[in-house]
Design a protein around this ligand. Structure first.
Ligand SMILES: [Zn+2]
Length: 159
């Protein structure tokens, strides 16, 4: 098939299998590193506050999105919050079935104007709703490695 030919049926597409050696290095940035290090070392979630806009950013940011002020007021925010929105995944990125399905949510954390996109756990997908109160479940200290996945998932708050 020549390069200028149009593929209008997927079975006409040609794929070559192989490996491409790629190396890269990603940094979380100044604020991201401090944010992730606090989760790893102390199982705490940090935000930064803009005093002019009275906004608390989570994940912590170095600059205010509204007024562009440099943010240097760091504070711990709650590891509890509410499901702001969510989705249920039935297939993985390779299109393989997920059994059980995974639930991803944007959790708005108490004491902040932000939150985290993360897995929900210890809950059936049909039991999740917008506004559900949840809390972070951290991995054991020895298992934490400076990743957002040091939070294992958020689970419904037990009352
Ligand atoms: Zn601001």
């Amino acid at each position: 098939m020549a390069i200028l030919e149009k593929v209008d049926k997927l079975h006409q597409a040609i794929a070559w299998q192989g490996d491409i050696p790629i190396t890269n290095r990603y940094t979380a940035g100044v604020a991201g590193e401090r944010f992730l290090r606090e989760i790893k070392d102390h199982a705490r979630i940090l935000g930064t506050r803009c005093p002019d806009c009275d906004l608390v950013y989570v994940p912590a940011a170095l600059f205010c999105e509204r007024c562009f002020a440099q943010l240097d007021e760091w504070l711990e925010v709650s590891s509890q919050g509410r499901v702001f929105t969510f989705t249920v995944l039935f297939r993985d990125l390779e299109d393989r079935p997920l059994d059980p399905p995974a639930v991803l949510a944007y959790v708005k954390l108490n004491g902040s104007n932000g939150g985290l996109v993360h897995y929900l756990g210890e809950v059936e997908p049909d039991q999740v709703f917008i506004g559900l109160e949840v809390e972070a479940v951290f991995k054991e200290a020895s298992e934490r490695e400076g990743s957002i996945l040091d939070i294992r998932y958020f689970r419904p708050l037990k009352r």
